[in-house]
Ligand binder design. Structure first.
Ligand code: FEO
Length: 164
């Protein structure tokens, strides 16, 4: 059985993951509207991945006899300045999520909840990947600079990201 503080912390993380999904969906919609279909695809897959993270957390709560209480999500921005702006925001957002996942793990430690510690370790590893992916794309955008041709090549490469 989950302790009350553990259940509360897991419910908060579900909200953060759905917030992430919603932010990336907004970024995907914006990218689509400016003709960057590859960026739109990549971000849409990321939207799905964030929803999968949220659902994984709901399963952890349910498997342990807890209750999921969904919370309000934030309204994401509708406009972004550029792909560089988007990926700066993606990286900053993932760094924030990493800190929240670490805090979730600290709660599991404090509650002597060994089962949740094991579950949260998956998310700790996942955050390494999440930050790495955002950093790689940001580096590529920096290399592309002002070159429209390089941006189009990167857009084409990102279109190859497939949904899991
Ligand atoms: Fe669910 Fe992007 O971390």
């Amino acid at each position: 059985m989950l302790s009350k503080p553990m259940q509360k912390a897991l419910n908060e993380q579900i909200m953060h993951e759905i917030n992430s999904a919603y932010l990336y969906l907004a970024m995907s919609m914006h990218s689509s509207s400016v003709g960057l279909q590859g960026f739109a695809t990549w971000l849409r897959v990321q939207w799905q991945e964030e929803l999968a993270h949220a659902m994984k957390l709901t399963e952890i709560v349910h498997d342990r006899g807890g209750r999921v209480a969904l919370q309000a999500v934030e309204k994401p921005p509708a406009e972004f300045k550029s792909p560089q702006d988007i990926f700066h925001q993606v990286l900053a957002h993932e760094q924030k999520i990493t800190a929240l996942i670490n805090r979730l793990y600290e709660t599991a430690l404090k509650e002597d909840d060994y089962a949740t510690q094991v579950e949260v370790q998956w998310f700790i590893k996942e955050q390494i990947e999440e930050e790495k992916n955002a950093t790689t794309i940001l580096d590529q955008l920096t290399m592309a600079g002002e070159s429209g041709a390089s941006l189009m090549m990167l857009d084409r490469a990102l279109a190859a990201r497939a949904a899991h």
